[in-house]
Design a protein around this ligand. Structure first.
Ligand code: MEV
Length: 441
């Protein structure tokens, strides 16, 4: 039976596990075995993982796969992907190979600006507030010197701070809207530290600003936090080739293929129900690389979907067209990524993934991740507009079902062959496995 507990976080790891086991599991031996099975025998490595979060009881594994043959701006990459969904890595690899033969992916970073805001309430004259802001702006910057020094030395830092009047939406609501360049760092800590200092300076300086009356002096800071919406931290990735090259030695099929593909993208551009699934497929590729490289996939997801709605209706993140007999397919997506700081210095597999990617700068990683998204979308649309998605999915799903029923390597080999010419369904696989086992008895 469930019960509450006081002081759980203060218990030792062993005691936490004992409490969980006693409280939730009928078969305590088996539960404990599963938890311990995922501990790393290297105590130092386990301690590192224990300390990433609070109340760690074990590790949760995801497969780390690789998709080779990505030609990006004439340089070859093997892209690491951490993901549980079967067929994502296979699809990425297939798209990489297809485009390797057709000139590869071309990418460019459009902008790298990050955003943070101090949200505050002020009840008084706006012109006076504007005068106050103009007066203290140099002080706002100066007070963050200790925080920004290092970033500035490397060429980054605070780009600008604006006062924004938001009283049309909420009475008395204003913002300090600040923009930042954080170079190779994702920059969340840097931005939040700057913002909290802005808030302190804002409140302090208001108390002695001579044009404010008593009420106006009382600026109330509601919160100071970075925005994960970074429409000006933007990257573009593109593939293109003569339409005739899409299906080898078959100009007619190539033309039909290109037209149907463009139509599928146009549907996603115009129909939100389809756009969500279309973009979900893009995020299959993006999240997998973001996770493998130790970045924050929730931030990337939140921003991508906000960007997909920037024109007032949720739409596709990719676009396709046929122009002068050329097929052109591209993605434009905001990606706030880092290759230094955070997990990138801590998690051995993240370090390994980054080294596999030729130790990229944040800008290079933006381009690689955008390519992973475009490739994934290409693979999905390629299947959807030709064979349908289930054929490939069910082949990969076959292995999951076989593993679920603990099939041996020999059984897997026989049944993989069998299902080359038979439709994969859960019951068909279970029946075939049972028959095989009966016949082999
Ligand atoms: C499945 O994870 C992703 C797809 O549904 C994406 C799409 O429909 O474009 C295949």
């Amino acid at each position: 039976m469930s019960k509450s507990i006081a002081g759980f976080s203060k218990l030792s790891k062993a005691k936490k596990i004992d409490w969980i086991i006693d409280t939730y599991f009928a078969n305590s031996k088996s539960a404990k075995r599963i938890i311990k099975q995922y501990w790393n025998s290297d105590e130092k490595l386990q301690k590192l993982h224990d300390e990433f979060i609070e109340n760690t009881i074990t590790n949760y594994y995801l497969p780390l796969g690789v998709a080779p043959n990505f030609l990006i701006n004439n340089k070859l990459y093997t892209i690491p992907m951490a993901i549980e969904e079967s067929s994502v890595v296979a699809a990425a690899s297939k798209a990489a190979k297809f485009w390797q033969k057709r000139g590869g992916f071309k990418t460019s970073v459009i902008s790298t600006t990050k955003i943070g805001q101090v949200h505050f309430m002020y009840h008084g004259n706006f012109e006076t507030l504007q005068t106050f802001f103009n007066t203290i702006k140099p002080q706002l910057i100066e007070d963050t010197n200790a925080i920004t020094q290092n970033m500035q030395k490397r060429g980054g830092g605070i780009l600008d701070i604006e006062l924004r009047n938001k009283t049309n939406s909420i009475a008395g609501y204003y913002q300090l809207h600040a923009s930042f360049e954080t170079l190779d760092a994702m920059g969340a800590n840097f931005i939040n530290s700057c913002l909290e200092q802005f808030a302190e300076t804002l409140k302090r300086e208001a108390l002695t600003f001579e044009l404010f009356n008593e009420q106006e002096k009382n600026i109330e800071v509601i919160m100071s936090i970075l925005s994960n919406y970074v429409p000006n931290c933007l990257v573009k990735a593109e593939v293109s080739c003569p339409v005739n090259d899409l299906v080898e030695n078959n100009p007619e099929a190539s033309k039909a293929y290109a037209e149907k593909f463009v139509q599928a993208v146009t549907i996603a551009e115009n129909e939100p129900y389809r756009a969500v699934t279309h973009n979900k497929g893009i995020m299959n590729g993006i999240d997998a690389v973001v996770l493998a490289t130790g970045n924050d996939f929730r931030a990337i997801e939140a921003c991508a979907h906000a960007y997909a709605s920037k024109n007032g209706q949720y739409s596709s993140l990719t676009h396709a067209k046929i122009e002068n007999e050329t097929f052109i397919f591209h993605i434009e997506i905001p990606l706030a990524l880092g290759t230094v700081g955070g997990l990138t210095n801590l998690h051995p597999l993240v370090k390994l993934s980054l080294e596999m990617l030729h130790s990229p700068s944040a800008k290079e990683l933006m381009q690689i991740v955008a390519v992973a998204g475009l490739a994934q979308n290409f693979a999905a649309l390629n299947s959807l507009t030709t064979t349908g998605i289930q054929q490939g999915h069910m082949k990969m799903h076959l292995m999951n079902i076989l593993n679920q029923f603990e099939a041996t390597d020999a059984e897997k080999k026989t049944l993989t062959n069998h299902f080359k010419n038979n439709t994969v369904t859960h019951s068909a696989v279970v029946n075939a496995l049972n028959n095989l086992r009966i016949n082999n008895d």
